[in-house]
Design a protein around this ligand. Structure first.
Ligand code: ATP
Length: 306
């Protein structure tokens, strides 16, 4: 079993305030975390890796940081709490500027997962509210930032399985982060589906092989990322509106794909279309996608400054 022992936080240092969201296990709160005074040796908040530099920087860092606190309703059901904490076990493995960071957990009841706060909340809502203000370059930048996070996950051989705009949070107007490593654990246990076929799968984001055979790989993450790019360029519109889940696979097998979003550079739509190659092996990998998005971003900034 994985351990997050080093991530145990002193609950007295955490102050939840307003509720900001509802997750599948319980409510999510915004709050503060008072960083413990650094003693000799280990950084009390975590890994102890950088204890020397932490001490050097101790005067520069803030005493109190804003955090997001995920709570779990089913505190007394060991199976549920284990599943709830599984997301923290996954998040602790990652260290990337565009992936929401785990700060720590309180593993005794009531169980809390404390994460870096994305101040501006969910990307879809942000895109809708700011549709008039958001430049084309900014949307491209979001796509590029997410591709760097996904390329990082690819290098770690980690499959996310639920890449969608609803799982992206906004830290600042120029910075988005990948969140929600919840589904990754569910689908890693194939038997989960057979035992609870009622679980809502994100069919409209899924690759044909994921829909047909529940096959999830980095190549199926690539397909989903193509859909996520489409949602971003569409300013938060969901894919296949008005189409029944059961009809999606028929459309895909007929060669149908999501349409060209308004103002989408042709080169970007071509990249998205490659992500939607029926054959998983024909799709580009995230490293390649990241490089291509970088080129598209630069081309766009040259064109828009002319
Ligand atoms: P679901 O599986 O239904 O998406 P979940 O249990 O994975 O739910 P999240 O989606 O992670 O829960 O959290 C629920 C909501 O809480 C999010 O949609 C978002 O509005 C808010 N939220 C979660 N984490 C953060 C964070 N780090 N910063 C800001 N808001 C957050």
């Amino acid at each position: 079993t994985p351990t997050v022992r080093n991530y145990e936080l002193d609950r007295a240092l955490i102050t939840p305030s307003a509720k900001i969201g509802v997750g599948q296990f319980g409510d999510v709160y915004v709050g503060t975390y008072t960083l413990p005074k650094l003693g000799k040796g280990k950084n009390a908040a975590g890994n102890g890796k950088n204890s020397n530099s932490d001490q050097r920087n101790a005067d520069a860092r803030p005493d109190v940081i804003q955090v997001a606190i995920k709570t779990c309703k089913a505190n007394d059901d060991p199976e549920k709490t284990e599943n709830f904490l599984a997301e923290a076990y996954i998040m602790q493995k990652f260290d990337h500027p565009h992936i929401i960071r785990l700060i720590g957990i309180c593993s005794v009841m009531p169980i809390w997962i404390v994460m870096e706060l994305a101040k501006l909340g969910e990307l879809r809502a942000y895109l809708k509210t700011n549709s008039e203000r958001l430049s084309h370059g900014t949307l491209l930048k979001y796509c590029y930032q997410l591709s760097t996070a996904l390329s990082y996950l690819e290098s770690k051989k980690f499959v996310h399985r639920d890449i969608a705009a609803r799982n992206v949070l906004v830290s600042s107007p120029t910075c988005v982060k990948l969140a929600d490593f919840g589904l990754s654990r569910w689908v890693s246990d194939q038997s989960y589906y057979h035992s609870t076929p009622t679980v809502a799968l994100p069919i409209k984001w899924m690759s044909p092989e994921s829909i047909n055979f529940r096959r999830f790989t980095t190549a199926s993450d690539v397909w989903m990322f193509g859909v996520c790019i489409w949602e971003i360029l569409m300013l938060g519109v969901k894919p296949f509106q008005g189409v029944k889940n059961s009809d999606v696979i028929l459309k895909l097998e007929n060669g149908e794909r999501l349409p060209l979003p308004p103002n989408c550079p042709p080169r970007l739509y071509s990249l998205m279309s490659q992500c939607w190659a029926y054959e998983p092996l024909k799709r580009p990998n995230f490293k390649r996608i990241k490089e291509t998005l970088h080129e598209i971003l630069i081309e766009d900034s040259i064109n828009s400054s002319e």
